[in-house]
Design a protein around this ligand. Structure first.
Ligand SMILES: Nc1ncnc2c1ncn2[C@@H]1O[C@H](COP(=O)(O)O)[C@@H](O)[C@H]1OP(=O)(O)O
Ligand SMILES: [Mg+2]
Ligand SMILES: [Mg+2]
Ligand SMILES: [Mg+2]
Length: 401
């Protein structure tokens, strides 16, 4: 695949209107085609401007694939992984699409990507029908977007396995969760395509594609089954993005020409006005611990339960003021489950730490090492949350898992 990719020429041209074109040409593809990306700031003025555009283009394409699959997901299109969590053709397909865009946009550099999925099951004879379905899906999304490339199943396997990097404290590593909240995805609820970029151990870019998230106010029903069915309207589908030191933005997911809008957390200090968010799945995050935290803090509003990193997006846009996550003590948190949301919340003015107050550290490989769980909020509320966490009994995570 490396050789194949090297044969291809890819270049990015930005015009003065801020619309960038990602053009790809392969020797055996006659027609030149393009993926359009709208950018919020002239890419030349940002240190990682081109990378941000590529990340948005990748997330938009992958989100399209996910949306198509969610609307007609069949039993053959999903499987259970060894850890008992679900995976679908869309998880694999989205990972391959993002890897393809990033690789093609920067063919000169060796892509390092830390991503959730790998191709092991698809390489088994029983995985072949799923692999063929994934390949077909990718090619139909590429055709619709006029990418002008047709992938073979072998290409798809290799693209998925580009996500096997270990990350670490030096160099550049993309961090991808192709579908965060797969249980939400199969349950017709919320999910997000999450892409971050690590530079020397720091998350410098984050993009969240949230196909089922309304652009306006969000209520409890938006976290429940049926969110996917309601997602056809033009006011549903959000793209959150952030560039370190340049703020966080929200834009319509399906309109790459729309201007992104700067977003900020809602800087509340009174817990009685605050709404907190947590997982829909109590097996992912203890609802009783968050309820105890809310009582200790004096929060009176009921929780807003949402799947996936859409919670980080909602916090950044001020739709709720607190996010808490207390996974089971044996669970190892992965960097792709938080990288994009982390930089978006910080750039929107919020704080994201573990329950002991340590800022999340993405430089230690594929996993995060956390004291108990994750707490995110605007600064004043965050301080109060840390005081509550010191009083509320939360099962400690083993130091070495
Ligand atoms: N047993 C588990 N405990 C905690 N989190 C889990 C578990 N299984 C999967 N997850 C991950 O929790 C996150 C979803 O959290 P939430 O419930 O808040 O949406 C996802 O990253 C999901 O992975 P995945 O990316 O495979 O969906
Ligand atoms: Mg995840
Ligand atoms: Mg996932
Ligand atoms: Mg998963």
């Amino acid at each position: 695949m490396q050789n194949l990719l090297r044969q291809q020429s890819v270049h990015i041209r930005a015009n003065y209107t801020g619309v960038t074109r990602l053009c790809c040409r392969r020797p055996f593809v006659r027609r030149r085609a393009s993926v359009h990306v709208a950018v919020d700031v002239e890419p030349q003025t940002l240190q990682y401007g081109k990378e941000l555009e590529n990340a948005k283009a990748a997330v938009r394409l992958a989100s399209k694939l996910c949306q198509i699959v969610q609307r007609q997901l069949s039993a053959e299109e999903r499987a259970d992984k060894k850890d008992d969590s679900p995976v679908t053709v869309a998880d694999y397909g989205a990972q391959a699409v993002v890897a393809w865009v990033l690789q093609w946009a920067d063919p000169a550099s060796r892509l390092s990507m830390v991503a959730e999925e790998d191709s092991a099951e698809l390489r088994q004879p029983e995985g072949r029908p799923m692999l063929e379905r994934i390949t077909q899906l990718i090619n139909s999304v590429f055709a619709e977007a006029k990418v002008g490339v047709i992938l073979a199943p072998e290409d798809v396997l290799k693209l998925i396995d580009l996500g096997g990097s270990q990350g670490g404290p030096t160099g550049r590593h993309w961090v991808l969760d192709p579908i965060d909240g797969t249980r939400g995805f199969v349950g017709m609820r919320q999910y997000a395509v999450c892409l971050g970029m690590l530079q020397d151990g720091e998350v410098v870019l984050g993009v969240l594609g949230c196909p089922n998230l309304p652009q306006g106010p969000v209520g409890e029903q938006d976290g429940q089954e049926g969110a996917a069915q309601r997602a056809g309207g033009s006011d549903v589908g959000c793209l959150f993005s952030a560039h370190r030191n340049h703020g966080a933005y929200a834009a319509p997911l399906w309109d790459e020409h729309a201007d992104p809008v700067r977003i900020q957390v809602k800087d509340l200090s009174n817990p009685r006005e605050a709404r907190f968010m947590e997982s829909v799945e109590s097996r992912h995050s203890s609802h009783s611990t968050t309820a105890a935290m809310a009582r200790e803090l004096g929060v009176v509003l009921p929780p807003l339960r949402m799947d996936s990193q859409v919670k980080y997006g909602l916090l950044s846009r001020g739709c709720a003021s607190i996010f808490m996550r207390f996974p089971p003590p044996t669970y190892k948190e992965k960097i792709w489950d938080h990288a994009a949301g982390f930089v978006i919340v910080e750039e929107a003015g919020g704080r994201v730490t573990d329950a002991g107050g340590a800022r999340l550290d993405f430089s230690r490989g594929r996993f995060l090492q956390l004291d108990r769980g994750i707490i995110a909020a605007p600064p004043a509320l965050h301080q109060q949350l840390l005081r509550a966490a010191a009083k509320v009994a939360v099962a400690p995570l083993p130091s070495e898992q």
